[in-house]
Write a protein that binds this ligand. Structure first.
Ligand code: PLP
Length: 393
C-alpha cells in the first residue's frame, strides 16, 4: 500500500524523533526525573500572557465569520499588520499583498518550494541544517546541494558556495539563528554570500531566490541583532512562524513575506497562494491569524533561555567539551569527544542523557543539545554529563 518513497523514509526515520521516543521509553522505565532529554526543539515555556488574553478576547468578542474560509493568503487586515511591522523594521515598501499566512514555517517552506521547483532544480543548504529541509526539497523533485559551513564559526563559506552554484541552482536556503548550532550569521558573511550570488547569476544568466527560514529571530542573546535578509538580498523571501517566538508550535501559525523587488514578485505571490491551496493547507488557522495580529510586539522571556545557555555552556566547557557559544535559538552544538558522534550519543544513553547526533544535521562529529528544557532538569543533568565526560577527557 505504501509508496516506495514513504517506505524508505519510514525506515530511516529522523534522529530527533528517534531520540524523543527513546526518552519516552526511558521515562516510563526509570522515572521522568532521572531522564535528561535534550532531544526536542519544542519550547517548554507557555505563550506570553498577552497571547492568551488576546485569544480569550477574540473568542468572547463574537466577531462574525471567524471560522469561515477566507482568501487562501489569509485575512487582509492581519497581513497588513505584518507588512507594517516588517516595513517598520526594514524600511522596505512591503504591503499586505506580499504576505501569505501559512501553517507554520514548515507549511511556508513547502509552499515556497512547490511554487518554484521544477524536477532536478537545485537548492543549496548550508550544513549543519534543519534535516526536514531534505524531505521538503524532495517533495517537489528538487535536488539538495550542501555547502559546508566553517567548522570554526559555523558560518557559511562564500568561497565554497561559489563552487556549488550551477546553472541548475534555483534557490539558496538560509537559516539564522541556526538550528542546530544557534549561530547568528553575521552581516559581513551575508554580504559576501550576496556578492557570490550576483556574480554567479550573471555568469549563468539565472535568478537565484534566497529563502530565509527565520523561526528563531526573536530568540537572541547578548544584545545581538539579526541582520536583515531583505536589506541584503533583493531576490528573497522570508518564511517564519510564531512557534518559537511566542511558544505556539501546536497552533501552526506563520507567514511568508515576499520581497516586493524580487524578480517576478507578483507572480511569486500568486503562485504561492495557489500552492497554499493545492497542497491542502487551504489557509492558515483563522483564529490564530487574528491572535498573532494583536501580538506582534509580544515576546517570550528570552532571559530564561539565556540563563540556561550560560549555565549549560559553562559546565560543558569545564568538563572539557569544545563548543561555540551561540547567540541565538535554544541549541548548543559541541564537538563530540570522539569522531563517531552516533557512538557518543549511544554512550550518553548509559547516563540517561538524550542528545541528537550531528550526523542527522549533515555535520558528523558534533552533537545537538536542545536547552528548551526546565532549568531543574539542566541542573540535575550535570553529574550525568560529568560521568559521561570522564569516560572521554
Ligand atoms: N525551520 C527550522 C529551522 C526549525 O527548527 C523548525 C522547527 O523546529 C521549523 C522550521 C518548523 O517550524 P514550524 O513549527 O513553524 O513549522
Amino acid at each position: 500500500m505504501l509508496s516506495d518513497w514513504i517506505s524508505a523514509r519510514m525506515a530511516s526515520s529522523s534522529w530527533i524523533r528517534a531520540m524523543f521516543e527513546e526518552g519516552e521509553k526511558r521515562r516510563k522505565l526509570y522515572g521522568a526525573d532521572r531522564v535528561f532529554d535534550f532531544s526536542l526543539g519544542n519550547p517548554d515555556t507557555e505563550p506570553p500572557a498577552g497571547v492568551i488574553s488576546a485569544l480569550k478576547d477574540l473568542i468572547n468578542s463574537h466577531e462574525p465569520n471567524l471560522h469561515k474560509y477566507m482568501n487562501n493568503a489569509g485575512y487582509p487586515d492581519v497581513r497588513g499588520k505584518i507588512a507594517a511591522h516588517i516595513h517598520q523594521e526594514t524600511d522596505i515598501a512591503i504591503t499586505e499583498k506580499h504576505i501569505i499566512m501559512t501553517c507554520g514555517a514548515a507549511g511556508g517552506l513547502n509552499v515556497i518550494l512547490k511554487t518554484i521547483l521544477n524536477p532536478d532544480d537545485e537548492v543549496i543548504l548550508f550544513s549543519p541544517y534543519f534535516p526536514e529541509y531534505l524531505s521538503y526539497i524532495e517533495n517537489y523533485g528538487g535536488k539538495t546541494v550542501v555547502s559546508p559551513c566553517s567548522r570554526d564559526t559555523f558560518e557559511p563559506l562564500p568561497e565554497d558556495l561559489e563552487k556549488r552554484i550551477t546553472h541548475s541552482t534555483k534557490a539558496i536556503l538560509l537559516n539564522s539563528p541556526n538550528n542546530p548550532t544557534g549561530v547568528v550569521y553575521s552581516e559581513k558573511t551575508l554580504r559576501e554570500v550576496a556578492e557570490v550570488i550576483h556574480r554567479k547569476e550573471k555568469e549563468y544568466n539565472i535568478n537565484i531566490l534566497v529563502i530565509s527560514d527565520e523561526p528563531y529571530t526573536q530568540l537572541v542573546y547578548d544584545g545581538v541583532t539579526v541582520p536583515s535578509v531583505f536589506n541584503t538580498f533583493k531576490n528573497s523571501v522570508i518564511v517564519t512562524s510564531f512557534s518559537k517566538s511566542l511558544a505556539l508550535p501546536g497552533e501552526r501559525i506563520g507567514y511568508i513575506a515576499i520581497h516586493p523587488d524580487a524578480e517576478d514578485s507578483d507572480l511569486l505571490v500568486d503562485g504561492m497562494i495557489l500552492s497554499n491551496r493545492i497542497l491542502g493547507f487551504v489557509n492558515a488557522p483563522s483564529l490564530f491569524q487574528k491572535v498573532i495580529a494583536e501580538c506582534l510586539e509580544e515576546k517570550i522571556n528570552t532571559e530564561l533561555y539565556r540563563e540556561r545557555r550560560d549555565f549549560l555552556y559553562n559546565h560543558l566547557i569545564d568538563l572539557g567539551f569544545t563548543c561555540i557559544k551561540p547567540k541565538g535559538a535554544f541549541y548548543l552544538f559541541p564537538k563530540a569527544p570522539i569522531e563517531d558522534d552516533i557512538k557518543f550519543v549511544n554512550r550518553a544513553l548509559k547516563y540517561n542523557i538524550l542528545l541528537v547526533p550531528g550526523t542527522g544535521f549533515g555535520c558528523p562529529g558534533h552533537i545537538r543539545i536542545s536547552y528548551s528544557v526546565d532549568m531543574s532538569v539542566i541542573r540535575r543533568s550535570i553529574p550525568a554529563f560529568r560521568a559521561l565526560a570522564k569516560e572521554f577527557y
